[in-house]
Design a binder for this molecule. Sequence first.
Ligand code: SAH
Length: 573
Amino acid sequence: MARSTPAIVILGQGSLDTARQIQRLYPDSLIHGLAERVEGADRVYHEFGATLRQLYQQDTPIIALCAAGIVIRTLAPLLLEKGAEPPVLAVAEDGSAVVPLLGGLGGVNVMAREIAAGLGVAAAITTSGELRFGTCLLNPPSGYALGDLELGKRFVSDLLGGESVRIEGAAPWLAAAKLPENDQARLTIRVGSAEREPVANELLIYPRSVLVACRGQRLAGEADSDLATHIRQALHQARIAVQSVACLLAADRDMADRALHQAAAQLGVPLRFLPAADSVAELAQQAVPQLLPPLKVGEDIAIAVASQPLDPEQIGRPRGRLAVIGLGPGAAELMVPAVKAELARANDILGYETYVRMAGPFRADQVMHCTDNREEMQRARHAFELAAQGRSVVVVSSGDPGVFAMAAAVIEALHESSDPAWHSVDLEILPGVSASLATAAQAGAPLGHDFCVLSLSDNLKPWDIIEKRLDLASQADLALAFYNPISRSRPWQLGRALEIVRQHRTPQTPVVLGRDIGRPGQTLRVITLGELTPEQVDMRTMVLVGSSTTCVFPRAGGGDWVYTPRWYGNKPL
Ligand code: SAH
């Protein structure tokens, strides 16, 4: 598998030069610097442990410029869990030592050598097989898959014990290795796509040279897990190893087919698409014309074998993805991890310029499309056009994308479209912490009981509707959260809104004003409805108005706590 872009993590300013040197070897990588210690990093983090663990769990290769011990202690709790094991390296701050720590099967030694060569030092390789043979036999290059890891370990230890080995099949990368080759050897490295029973004296390596073309629609009625089983059976009938499968291929019209996606996930291979052909066999032939004739195993599945490993990236195209994400109010630690992962995988990032900048920085290979805040529908359609080409697209909103933001516009654009390519896009909405909730949390719990969320903007709805809702919500004694409370083009609306609220609430009603919450220079003020004037509010402010039960009391250290109790009428015992 292709290695993903590493993250370079540094703790102090003194490491930045070494980090930049390493970055030149991996141009798409980002340098993550500790807040207040490092200036000029690409990304700022606040907590070393949490940052490292998150990168690790997202399977991101890690190059940490600090003591090996710190890295080990930080990741130790994760090592017993099954799951991702990306390459992890410790590099001395001054670039004088490169120590591969984890991810032997993910190519950590290859990276250690690359970095060491870049820094002009030697890598601290400690893997015996690697030292002796100059390559890790258990980590074949991309395009090849190891048959069985446990048997493989035994095989390598036999080799280290002094046995010789013979190679059957094409293994071009082993030509440079220093293996004790002998035609009569008992130990055999066998490279080929045929299915084989694993035996102790063989190291099986499968070239990923097999393409499985399948139809999704017809199987959709059956249990979703069935397609993977059908594929396994078909491969078995054809005596082809499942490890040799490079990818699944299907027709564009099956792009949203659940069974297909589940089968690809179960087999651990990518799923690619081409325009429909007359049969699955023809589909396979169109994908890779130089394939050996497809072994047609059924109406729904055709298997084709190439003489070389296949690169799935070169076959058809993937299903496009469109994620509408919420950044939260602004602070990095209030962004949900799924959103961070989505930003890391995105090809294209669309949104209002301020929010796109807030979501960044991005790698050189990621394309930013910044637009004006008012062009929502146009931006939504642009996002679908990009995703329908097979790209991974992110549309950013602040706070939550479903709260006066892009999610509704994106889904509306889809509803209005009859283009099957748009409807086939893998569309997902990833939530964020909305401004009302972030503000409420800082003040205590002013929204702790029933509340009503309103945008005071009459750009997209008539003002009389807003007045009516304000009147009824105030009458119903709901706490109120006002988004878009005021702007230069809407100067009088907030004053009018407060007149309506004051008809139902006393001047003592607590009011919370949160400005730029979670962003630099944030302010939080607790006042009363009687004191509130529109001049205290701007378009970066969240206005929370309490209900008749909302209380305020001083907090130790200054300021106030505000809360609305969960009971109403009679306090429970
Ligand atoms: N989707 C966003 C809201 C967009 S509407 C969310 O869920 O938070 C924009 C309005 O949200 C602003 O006019 C302001 O009232 C409020 N807002 C957004 N971010 C804010 C922040 N960090 N602090 C205070 N108010 C904010």
